[in-house]
Design a protein around this ligand. Structure first.
Ligand code: ADP
Length: 577
């Protein structure tokens, strides 16, 4: 099964960047306009200096020209400051949007995706990648914009000052263009590999931290260390590759940037001798070309960050791909859950193989079988938490694993013994199931599951904030109240009350009965009395469905179920004696 999150391709990245600009057209326009004005103001001084040189040569006065030059420099200063400020604000807004979108996307990932992706990858995308894109937007993007505009204006200005000298200067710039092209062709894959290596390292560290006890208990330290060394080596190789790319780019650029003014001076000298150009024009051109070196260098410095940031942005945008699949998934038509030819493997071998099952709306279905038969796995497949390797699991003809969490919980909810309460209030915890529920619905749901203790909390719905330790039965009650609020047509139960002691379990079963009223129920039955009360019993063994029928029919048939029933019933009777 593919555990890697997708990465957006170039076209998706371009579209996403455009979308971000389109959402703040005034901010973008203001930034662009102010930078254009600042770049234009920067052109005035060199041009005036050329005029001053010519004017001095001709014996004229230069007071007015000098005053204008000072005024232009001041104007450039003020305009640049405002351009920078507007640019930074624009970038901060975009950055905020990217973070909000990332959060939305992560929350909208289908359960089947979240269950199997590497958490390290998701963490790296949510932290390092967002930080890289953020700092690019804050620092690199405004600088690149300013420098690009400056370079463009300067190139046009050189040509206007003297086309021949301008052309000569630009030919020399071809070196920079060639070096950048060489670099850009190789940079994206190199930086994507660097990002992937970073994710793998984060994943590895997280897994080691989470499983530290197991590693120690099983004496796996040496093995894990060797694996870590492999991951670190991958990161080192990836970083060496990007370092190599940079170490070719920079010297080429440094040398190329020196060439244009030198060439203009040489050619200018010849042309001046022939009287084909004025000294002022040469001065202006050399000053422009000297100035050009600076924005080009800035662009290239940031280009590197832009590359690594584009790779990070592609990884962030990649999170939209599984979410897009949900958008494409149509709304389920009806309540019928159907599994057809379902195979599923955690590792190499199938633990569910070739299961076909159709659950009628309103039916009570019990799934039984020996431990390890694949019952819980089937439960997760039917609940859309896992995606079949082969075959389909659909609700109302739509693949259940493609549904977004919000859509999914309107249809199917899996209740297990592992329930989670989030730090916050009882209300926060209940609203997760239906954010629009009012207090009366919350109260009704709590009453239905018998959670009358909530009323005795200091301020009723508001008092879990201290993380007050609730017993497992109360946690389970809140989880069941969430099921009532989500109001799915189908509930899948997997050992929902197995962890509770018998007295609390009986109370919990009563709460459960209220929740299950009027819904389709698929119960993974570890205690077979559930199976006796079910409409149909599905018997699993070694990943397959081996028998299906009512309790009475299956007992009468004398097959696997009858053996299971007799041994369970026998041990119960023996225990009772
Ligand atoms: P049951 O609910 O019938 O006891 P499960 O569906 O839990 O069976 O397990 C079926 C098989 O899949 C077992 O062999 C179990 O070891 C294996 N299995 C269950 N969960 C995982 C997992 N997360 N990773 C790898 N193997 C698993």
């Amino acid at each position: 099964m593919n555990r890697d999150l997708p990465v957006a391709d170039r076209q998706q990245v371009r579209r996403a960047a455009l979308r971000l600009v389109r959402r703040d057209v005034p901010g973008f326009t203001a930034t662009l306009l102010l930078n254009c004005l600042a770049a234009a103001a920067a052109l005035v001084s060199p041009w005036l200096l050329g005029r001053i040189v010519d004017s001095i040569g001709a014996g004229g006065t230069v007071d007015l020209l000098a005053a204008i030059a000072v005024g232009a420099a001041l104007a450039q200063l003020v305009l640049s400051r405002y351009a920078e400020k507007t640019g930074h604000r624009f970038s901060e807004r975009v950055q905020e949007r990217i973070r909000a979108e990332l959060l939305d996307r992560v929350l909208a990932l289908p359960a089947a995706t979240v269950e199997h992706i590497r958490t390290g990858d998701l963490t790296a995308r949510g932290t390092t990648d967002v930080a890289v894109v953020g700092s690019t937007l804050r620092d690199a993007a405004p600088e690149i914009l300013v420098s690009s505009l400056q370079a463009l204006f300067l190139i046009v200005a050189v040509f206007l000052a003297d086309p021949v000298l301008g052309a000569c200067g630009l030919i020399a710039l071809a070196g920079i263009a060639a070096a950048s092209r060489w670099y850009l062709r190789r940079a994206r894959p190199a930086y994507l590999e660097e990002g992937a290596a970073r994710s793998e390292l984060a994943e590895h560290l997280a897994a080691n931290a989470a499983g530290a006890r197991t590693i120690e208990a099983l004496g796996l330290q040496a093995k894990r260390t060797r694996a870590a060394e492999r991951v670190i080596e991958r990161g080192r190789t990836a970083q060496l590759r990007t370092l190599f790319l940079r170490s070719v780019l920079w010297p080429s650029v440094e040398v190329s940037a020196l060439l244009p003014p030198v060439l203009v001076l040489l050619l200018g000298g010849v042309l001046l001798d022939r009287g084909q150009v004025t000294l002022g024009a040469i001065v202006t051109c050399v000053l422009y070309l000297r100035q050009l070196g600076q924005p080009i260098e800035t662009i290239l410095i940031w280009l590197e960050q832009l590359q690594s940031s584009a790779a990070s942005f592609a990884r962030i945008e990649g999170l939209a791909t599984p979410a897009r699949r949900e958008v494409a998934a149509a709304a389920p038509q009806g309540d019928r859950i159907e599994a057809a030819g379902v195979h599923f493997a955690y590792e190499d071998d199938d633990v569910v193989s070739g299961v076909d099952l159709s659950v009628r709306p309103g039916e009570r279905l019990a799934v039984v079988g020996p431990s390890g038969a694949g019952k819980s796995t089937l439960g997760k497949l039917l609940a859309g938490i896992d995606r079949p390797r082969l075959g389909t699991v659909t609700v109302g003809s739509v693949p259940v694993a493609d549904l977004s969490p919000a859509r999914l919980r309107e249809h199917v909810v899996l209740v297990t013994q592992e329930q989670h309460l989030f730090l916050g209030t009882v209300r926060d915890n209940l609203l997760l199931a239906d954010p629009s529920a009012g207090d009366d619905r919350l109260d009704k749901a709590l009453a239905a599951v018998g959670a009358d203790w909530v009323a005795s909390l200091d301020d009723e719905l508001g008092s879990l904030s201290s993380g007050a330790a609730l017993g497992p039965d109360r946690v389970q009650q809140l989880a069941l109240a969430r099921v009532i609020l989500a109001d799915p047509h189908t509930v899948i139960l997997d050992e929902a009350t197995a962890m509770l002691d018998p007295r609390t379990a009986r109370r919990a079963e009563r709460s459960l009965a209220a929740v299950l009223e009027g819904r389709t129920v698929i119960a993974i039955a570890h205690r077979l009395h559930t199976a006796r009360d079910a409409d149909r019993v599905v018997v699993m063994d070694d990943g397959r469905v081996v028998e299906v029928g009512s309790h009475d029919d299956l007992v009468a048939a004398g097959g696997v179920y009858e053996t299971l029933w007799r041994s369970w019933y026998g041990s119960r009777s023996a225990g009772a004696r």
